[in-house]
Design a binder for this molecule. Structure first.
Ligand SMILES: Nc1nc2c(c(=O)[nH]1)N[C@H]1C(S)=C(S)[C@@H](COP(=O)(O)OP(=O)(O)OC[C@H]3O[C@@H](n4cnc5c(N)ncnc54)[C@H](O)[C@@H]3O)O[C@H]1N2
Ligand code: MOO
Length: 424
């Protein structure tokens, strides 16, 4: 085995991964099942909103001209000819001297050009007829939501490549998209390698540990919008690993293995790639943790060899697998967002390579503040439960102090419970 590996910069590694084509298949899903899927078609207004002039209030639809002379001392009296709720239409146009009792959302009757809210009107009955009075003039178009004022038929509202959030779903419903075209979720296979691995329901044995990476990575795959396919554990036996990996490639769009990518005697993945005839895009990155993350491709299909160390595995996934999944989904923005934040704790160790510290980001006293989520070591699992961001410390730096400005990679904005606290 060649022990020397030349580290490449993180940006170069990401570029190499994303330079590979990712196939995007399209499927139709029912609107009910469309949440968080990625649109494979543009959403265009199939009609104007609102489709008709409508009332924003409960009140009286009237013609403003009939109120021209209204005043406190001389209110105008109008004959209320009918009542319409939302979903109903007036039976005829209103004539001068007439009003229609109208509810929020109902169509403005012909002949009316404004709505007087109930609060400014009085009503009375006389000779079996209903009347309303108003003590002030109304303006033309006052309190009317005009047809097409929100959007016009044919307007492009949401572009393909956008994630379907609750608001997009509301638009699908508004415009009658009972089915919508989305990109198929890529299937991402996962093997956890290592003879030391026990299943979650097995009792601990000397020298062994439970397999946490498989559960963590399948959740990361789901969070990224893809479909995980857990294929099981593989002991460190070359023939078995080679067979399992080559079979799995027929079942998945891309394959993740965890463990066995370093230079140890039982690190078998480099030999597996070689026997498969795969091209190794890189096997060493100038970063911590996850420096041994290896990516190889065979016939355009990607194999991500993530580290066995849980923190390194986690970071390797988010930096290299996540954007490739987004690319496979044709998402317009494949990367995690990176923002500026304030370091909440001293981190004094030197950084020979770029360091991605598992962090917890929160809004503190009006500032985006980040703290390490736990022990900053590649082999650590406990900090990951509190991780919602990575603190990026640049390579070639000697240490950072509390209050320093740092880059923060956001993993999932929803996870920062304090992040969206509202002072109101
Ligand atoms: N001589 C060298 N040794 C090591 C180097 C090096 O450059 N030279 N790199 C170190 C770095 S950095 C890392 S990171 C690890 C990476 O090792 P591997 O990715 O090959 O992973 P393994 O050796 O298989 O396992 C590492 C560690 O993680 C535990 N593990 C493995 N799988 C799981 C799992 N599914 N769930 C939980 N924990 C898992 C495993 O038991 C090991 O303790 O190599 C360093 N060594
Ligand atoms: O891959 Mo190792 O985590 O760089 O420490």
């Amino acid at each position: 085995m060649n022990l020397h590996r030349e580290p490449i910069p993180v940006a170069e590694a990401v570029k190499r991964v994303l330079s590979l084509e990712a196939e995007n298949y399209i499927e139709k899903v029912k609107i009910e099942n469309s949440y968080d899927r990625i649109l494979a078609e543009d959403i265009v207004a199939t009609h104007s909103i609102p489709p008709f002039n409508k009332s924003p209030y409960d009140g009286f639809a009237i013609n403003s001209e009939s109120t021209n002379d209204a005043s406190k001392t001389s209110p105008v009296h109008l004959h209320v000819i009918e009542e319409i709720g939302a979903g109903h239409r007036a039976s005829r146009a209103i004539a001068p001297g007439e009003a229609v009792r109208i509810m929020t959302g109902a169509e403005i009757p012909e002949g009316a050009d404004c709505v007087a809210m109930f609060e400014i009107c009085q009503t009375y009955e006389a000779e079996d007829k209903s009347y309303m009075t108003i003590k002030r003039p109304m303006e033309k178009r006052q309190n009317i939501i005009e047809q097409g004022s929100e959007t016009k038929k044919g307007t492009l509202l949401v572009e393909k490549g956008t994630e379907i959030n609750p608001g997009v779903k509301a638009l699908l419903a508004t415009f009658g998209y009972s089915n919508v075209q989305v990109y198929r979720k890529p299937v991402v296979g996962v093997f956890a390698t290592g003879t030391e691995l026990l299943d979650v329901d097995q009792a601990l044995e000397p020298g062994k540990i439970r397999n946490s990476n498989a559960y963590m990575v399948t959740a990361q795959i789901e969070r990224s919008g893809a479909e995980p396919l857990y294929l099981g554990k593989l002991a460190d036996e070359f023939d078995r690993c080679y067979e399992a990996v080559s079979e799995a490639l027929n079942k998945v769009d891309m394959l993740i293995t965890t463990g066995g990518v370093s230079v140890g005697d039982y690190d078998l993945m480099p030999d597996v790639y070689e026997k498969l005839g795969a091209e190794v895009l890189f096997n060493k990155i100038a970063m911590r943790p996850g420096s041994v993350t290896t990516v190889a491709q065979v016939n355009g299909q990607l194999m991500f060899g993530l580290s066995g160390n849980p923190s390194a595995c986690y970071v390797g996934f988010e930096l290299y697998v996540y954007p490739y999944i987004q690319k496979s989904l044709n998402k317009t923005e494949p990367y995690h967002s990176i923002i500026e934040g304030i370091l909440g704790t001293d981190i004094m160790k030197p950084n020979p390579f770029t360091r991605f510290i598992r962090g917890s980001v929160a809004y503190e006293k009006g500032k985006v503040t980040v703290h390490p989520a736990g022990i900053d070591k590649s082999a650590v699992v406990t900090s990951l439960a509190h991780t919602n961001a990575f603190i990026i410390l640049k390579g070639g730096t000697r240490g950072y102090q509390k209050g320093d400005e740092v880059q923060v990679l956001l993993l999932s904005p929803n996870e920062g419970s304090q992040f969206f606290q509202i002072d109101a």
